[in-house]
Design a protein around this ligand. Structure first.
Ligand SMILES: [Zn+2]
Length: 216
């Protein structure tokens, strides 16, 4: 079971990936984690990545692909894996396909979490948490019972993540549509795309994904 989860930031990819990991026992591979691990293990490509990062530069696609390639050769990936946040561009998708083909592996199944941009923006931009106990709230649909007082602990201090504001969310969506959304057409044309409604509640999205996985 080789999977790629596709969808804009805030669509719930992380939550769903975690559930797939728990249900199916396949690892979730994030490029950030793999990069750090390769550097720490001082693999050949890890050393190259470290040299690039030490110079303050961005690690090239070629190095990232090499790191992904090394990682999926490890025994815990024998039954599959979930690629998290990668590939992000058409160039990376093409390189990933070639890398897998060289190992005799078919393309992963791509699960797209479809979202409504406006609803997603409201959902992210309105969220905040209790500064004391971390309970999550939302400006529109999850307010504390008493305004300004945390239901759980009674604290009157709340906080918002600095990147959970409308402008930042819109900018992240634009980057996604520019760089990553072309992958939807790319994988559709290869017969590898499956879509689920990412705006449904979390358990419904999980159930919809499981229906797709059951057919693989
Ligand atoms: Zn609280």
């Amino acid at each position: 079971m080789r999977l790629i989860l596709l969808g804009p930031p805030g669509a719930g990819k992380g939550t769903q990936a975690q559930r797939i990991v728990e249900t199916h026992g396949i690892p979730q591979l994030s490029t950030g984690d793999m990069l750090r691990a390769a550097v720490a293990a001082q693999t050949e490509v890890g050393k190259r990545a470290k040299a690039v990062m030490d110079a303050g530069k961005l690690v090239s696609d070629e190095i990232v692909i090499a790191i992904v390639s090394e990682r999926i050769d490890q025994p815990d990936c024998a039954n599959g894996f979930i690629l998290d946040g990668f590939p992000r561009t058409l160039v990376q998708a093409d390189a990933t396909e070639q890398m897998l083909a060289a190992k005799g592996l078919d393309l992963p199944t791509v699960i797209e979490l479809k979202v409504d941009d406006e609803v997603l923006t409201e959902r992210i931009a309105g969220r905040y948490t209790c500064a004391n106990c971390g309970t999550g709230y939302h400006d529109d649909n999850l307010k504390p019972k008493v305004e300004g007082v945390c239901d759980k602990c009674g604290s009157t201090h709340f906080k918002r993540r600095p990147d959970d504001n409308r402008d930042t969310v819109v900018a992240r969506l634009q980057t996604y549509y520019k760089e990553t959304s072309p992958l939807i057409g790319y994988y559709y044309a290869k017969g590898k795309l499956q879509s689920v409604d990412g705006m449904a509640d979390i358990d419904t999205v999980t159930a919809d994904i499981e229906k797709i996985l059951a057919k693989l």
